[in-house]
Design a protein around this ligand. Structure first.
Ligand code: AVJ
Length: 332
């Protein structure tokens, strides 16, 4: 899928960078993704790079938009069904959270899961992870928190203290929608391995629905999602010595009915040349950079996907308007 030309940028990066703080691993990772993504016929940037400090703040703003229903509805589901969910999840003591965004939702779940005494949040964003851990520690007495700074799709082992039999998992916000179906299957296999026998896994999944509701959720009136998308280009300018005129790109969000997914793109508004780390890239007017997929699943589709890799769908909770779903999956 990804890189057929691994690590090609490392040397260029050293020489052409204006910044003396060269080659920290996070920056090298970003550099490689941008130089490779921009060199492709169909240009793309992986969505994990949205979440620098500015991007994380913009995402927080997105979650509060009228048009962006997922956070609001998922939170309401946890509030309404928390006790029932906790009862169905069982009495295991360790909770592992993948891509632990908002600690608000986690706190709701933890309040319902009275038996849990250890919480392992896994996220690439080390700073927000530490902040969230602090926020939760204040609210949940006696909870041991063992954050893991890692890409949750690549995590193969848990901290030693968390390797107790029977674990619970939580993956909220429909972040699973960022993955293709094949990637989601691979991820579910990995979670099964991490959580082990007797595991219960709660997954928030955005439901398929009328594009008239979906599209505004990814293209809001106030332009917060546009700013979130365009921040990728600003981040390139900030971190990779880029000279991109961000005003010459526009945000676009489309719903691809056949693939059941929202796609976000950045569209070049003019024929232009941009420079990144001394490399030149020419864009035609109208040329696009694909920046994110957000897959939507009917409840039955997601259950079938989970089943195909060995999880047993145990329950699904949805709101009255059928906007969002919380799936409980179990492992024997
Ligand atoms: C955090 C991946 C769940 O796909 O809805 C929000 C990210 N992108 N608006 C989503 C996002 C644009 C969000 N996830």
């Amino acid at each position: 899928m990804e890189s057929d030309i691994p690590h090609l940028v490392v040397e260029d990066l050293d020489r052409s960078s204006a910044s003396p703080a060269k080659l920290d691993p996070a920056r090298a990772d970003f550099a490689e993704a941008v130089l490779q993504g921009f060199a492709r016929q169909l240009r793309n940037l992986p969505c994990r790079f949205f979440y620098d400090e500015r991007g994380s703040a913009l995402f927080e703003e997105i979650t509060q938009l009228e048009e962006y229903y997922p956070t609001r509805v998922e939170t309401a589901l946890l509030e309404a069904y928390g006790a029932e969910i906790a009862e169905r999840m069982g009495d295991a003591r360790v909770l592992v959270e993948f891509g632990s965004g908002s600690s608000r939702k986690t706190s709701l779940l933890l309040s319902a899961l009275a038996r849990v005494d250890m919480y392992v949040p896994i996220d690439v964003a080390g700073e927000s992870l530490a902040e969230a851990a602090e926020w939760l520690a204040e609210r949940h007495d006696g909870l041991a928190i063992r954050p893991l700074v890692a890409d949750f799709t690549k995590t193969r082992t848990l901290p030693v203290v968390a390797r107790r039999p029977r674990k619970l998992g939580f993956f909220s916000g429909s972040t699973i929608g960022n993955l293709t179906h094949a990637e989601a299957q691979a991820f579910l296999v990995n979670v099964a391995r991490l959580l082990g026998h007797g595991a219960a896994f709660l997954v928030g999944v955005d439901l398929k629905k009328d594009p008239a509701i979906l599209i505004p959720a990814y293209n809001d009136q106030r332009g917060v999602t546009a700013a979130f998308n365009l921040n990728l280009l600003e981040r390139i300018n900030r971190e990779l010595d880029g000279d991109i005129d961000v005003g010459r790109f526009a945000h676009d969000a489309i719903y691809d009915e056949s693939q059941g997914r929202i796609e976000m793109h950045l569209v070049s508004l003019a024929r232009q040349t941009v420079r990144v780390l001394g490399h030149e890239f020419r864009f035609a007017k109208g040329e696009r950079i694909h920046t994110e997929n957000s897959h939507k699943y009917s409840a039955a589709e997601f259950q079938a996907l989970a089943k195909s890799v060995g999880w047993s769908p145990a329950n699904v909770w949805t709101d009255q308007d059928r906007l969002f779903s919380l799936h409980l999956l179990k492992l024997d």
